[in-house]
Design a protein around this ligand. Structure first.
Ligand SMILES: NC(=O)c1ccc[n+]([C@@H]2O[C@H](COP(=O)([O-])OP(=O)(O)OC[C@H]3O[C@@H](n4cnc5c(N)ncnc54)[C@H](O)[C@@H]3O)[C@@H](O)[C@H]2O)c1
Length: 267
């Protein structure tokens, strides 16, 4: 059985670890790592398989596939170590992969695979198929509750008075690369779309602050030779981390289940 280690014992890591523990994936959880060692120990104690808590290095050493469910800031500690050991990876903090073409080159040299689940969006299967032909435009519109945007570096730097908004307000309109930098905790979806589209056209991202409500709503619109695609996901937030959508953890589970199962559906 595929040996899996997880970096990050938070909302996504916890749900993924529980799915492995309940044998919902044909793989074995062999190690946990987290900068908050107590959090990782508490997660391990809740699981029947009691995976050992290790350093990032040891966790990678013990795994065949290492999952990152920590933060964009963790990637420079995680990816080069996994590459050095030739391990496959599943990355949730996708924004941290943008501009890191050297990691993709090294992965190809080492024959490592980097898996990027769909996370909190849907439709990447269709976007990838569409990008085989000529694309004309790709736009992501993310509607986020004010509460989820509060404290973002961009909001603080721009001095945006989110609490004074009485209606939906576009607070960011720019390239996916800029969105991933401006909102590192919330713009992984922009980065996932960027990677799925490829480099032929820019990906435009609009972030809309919504007073009240608690849903992150992502809409993708892509147009090209194939026709037009429009996909909207109205996400329910994770109970452990309101900035994270429940679907994101499920997408990690579905990706691992797809890797270890005999049937693959979708592009
Ligand atoms: N791809 C997507 O669509 C998508 C969707 C939601 C969340 N995410 C991303 O997935 C990641 C995990 O999300 P979450 O909701 O589980 O977060 P979380 O805050 O609930 O848990 C993250 C855990 O990782 C640990 N951690 C953070 N940085 C670390 C580091 N540098 N080294 C070691 N441990 C570290 C924290 O201590 C925490 O226990 C985040 O980066 C989040 O932005 C991606």
């Amino acid at each position: 059985m595929l040996k899996i280690g997880i970096l990050g014992a938070g909302a996504i890591g916890g749900v993924l670890a529980a799915a492995l523990d309940q044998n919902r994936i044909n793989a074995r959880l062999v190690a946990l790592a987290d900068q908050d060692v107590e959090r990782a120990r508490a997660l391990s104690a809740r699981l029947a398989c009691h995976p050992p808590v290790m350093s990032i290095d040891e966790m990678i050493e013990h795994s065949e596939l290492a999952v990152e469910a920590a933060s964009q800031a963790a990637l420079p500690d995680f990816v080069p170590r996994a590459l050095a050991r030739g391990r496959d990876m599943l990355i949730m903090s996708v924004g941290g992969l943008l501009g890191r073409e050297e990691w993709f080159r090294q992965a190809a040299e080492k024959n490592c695979r980097i898996y990027v689940p769909s996370g909190a969006i849907a439709g990447l299967d269709g976007v990838k198929s569409a990008s085989v032909g000529r694309l004309e435009s790709a736009v992501l519109t993310s509607r986020k509750p004010v509460a989820a945007l509060r404290g973002s570096q961009y909001v603080v730097e721009k001095g945006l008075a989110l609490e004074s908004f009485t209606e939906e307000t576009v607070i960011f309109d720019g390239l996916a690369e800029e969105a991933a930098r401006a909102f590192p905790a919330t713009s992984n979806v922009a980065a996932s779309l960027r990677l799925a589209v490829g480099s032929s056209i820019p990906v435009r991202v609009r972030i809309v602050a919504v007073p009240g409500g608690n849903q992150n709503i992502h809409e993708i619109q892509v147009q090209g030779e194939f026709g037009r695609l429009r996909v909207t996901v109205e996400n329910v937030p994770s109970k452990d981390n309101p900035r994270t959508s429940q679907l994101a953890a499920y997408s990690a589970i579905a990706t691992l289940a797809g890797l270890t199962g005999s049937l693959r559906v979708g592009t």
